[in-house]
Design a protein around this ligand. Structure first.
Ligand code: TXA
Ligand code: MG
Length: 318
């Protein structure tokens, strides 16, 4: 039976015996293990039912530790880390020999970030190894943004979730790699493209339809509720097509009349995209528990974090 706790000393003990602990971050909860332990990494993949060709993100507590993991740090990577770490930016860089291929799924690059969560930073400081941590959900399903979401998924299979409260950003980190020093955005996330570009200038966004995606977070179906989900630009029109169904609505604007067969989740009352991103997964989890016939999500404005939200909504519908 999983324990919900804030005891980082106990978390440390579990990790040191090469077992797993779920850690809070500002984006989503992560299923964490020692990057140098074959046993721990193997159980991350098994617990999530994650394909072994899907590499993991390595978590460290400071920029200084990046040099232990990667061969070189391009100038633009350095600039981004200076501005956004600790924070929701993952950098994909050429790995050092010492970083195991089990983490990188055989790639020569490794994904690294410094999460912005006090409890997890304290834990990382006490450990003498970094933590690999994919989102703490079964492969393909909605990421957890609270300790309770983690318990719902893994109550019988894991020992401990370190409770750091609700995740303040609520969607995963933005992933950036480099090709010949040129930055490429592999996954939209908690840091908007606009914020990234304000520091390093224009950035190429990885083509989603690429047949061998660099980041499987870019795979088309991902972050998906069990309930059938669609995205619509016109909720009122869409509702007319599904008159006899029990429907959940994920809304940006609250301009739909309440009625008996509709459950509404309004992601923000202030048209605030950041607030909407924070609430997105928790609202999806709630709707998914209600035995609805259909979830209709409203398409968000396609700028700033609206882009990242639309990305997640589109993947939830595939
Ligand atoms: O916000 C986050 O990033 C969360 C928290 C826990 O830190 N973690 C997370 O991990 O979202 P996960 O495993 O769900 O997503 C990791 C993504 C995957 O899409 C993976 O393919 C990509 O990172 N990735 C990891 N290493 C990579 C590499 N070397 N090259 C390209 N993509 C990589
Ligand atoms: Mg994930």
């Amino acid at each position: 039976m999983i324990k919900i706790s804030t005891d980082i000393f106990e978390a440390k003990k579990i990790l040191e015996k090469e077992d797993l602990v779920v850690i809070p971050t500002e984006t989503v909860y992560g299923l964490a293990g020692n990057i140098y332990s074959i046993k721990a990494i193997d159980s991350i993949f098994k617990t999530k039912n994650r394909p072994s060709n899907n590499p993991l993100i390595v978590h460290i507590d400071s920029y200084e530790k990046l040099a232990d993991l990667v061969e070189e740090i391009p100038e633009k990577a350095k600039k981004l880390a200076e501005v956004f770490w600790p924070g929701s930016l993952t950098l994909v860089l050429k790995k050092k020999k010492s970083v195991p291929y089990t983490i990188t799924a055989g790639k020569e690059t490794v994904a690294v970030r410094v999460p912005n969560h006090q409890l997890t930073l304290e834990l990382l400081k006490k450990l003498d190894f970094p933590l690999a941590a994919p989102s703490a959900n079964p492969f393909g399903s909605i990421s957890p943004t609270s300790a309770q979401h983690v318990v719902d998924y893994f109550k019988d299979t894991l020992e401990m979730v370190l409770d750091g409260g609700d995740c303040v950003n609520g969607i995963e980190s933005t992933i950036i790699g480099f090709e010949n020093e040129n930055p490429i955005l592999y996954r939209l996330g908690s840091l908007s493209v606009e914020e990234i570009e304000s520091i390093i200038g224009p950035i190429k966004i990885m083509n989603e339809n690429n047949s061998s995606p660099m980041a499987p977070g870019m795979l088309s179906r991902h972050y998906a509720p069990k309930t059938k989900t669609i995205v619509s630009e016109n909720i009122k029109e869409e509702l007319k097509k599904h008159k006899n169904l029990k429907i959940g609505l994920l809304l940006f604007k609250d301009d739909i009349d309440s009625c008996e067969n509709i459950v509404k989740e309004i992601l923000t009352n202030k048209k605030d995209l950041k607030e909407a991103a924070t609430n997105l997964y928790a609202a999806m989890h709630r709707l998914d528990r209600k035995n609805l016939d259909l979830i209709i999500a409203e398409k968000f404005p396609n700028n700033s974090l609206g882009k990242s939200i639309n990305d997640r909504l589109n993947r939830a519908t595939k």
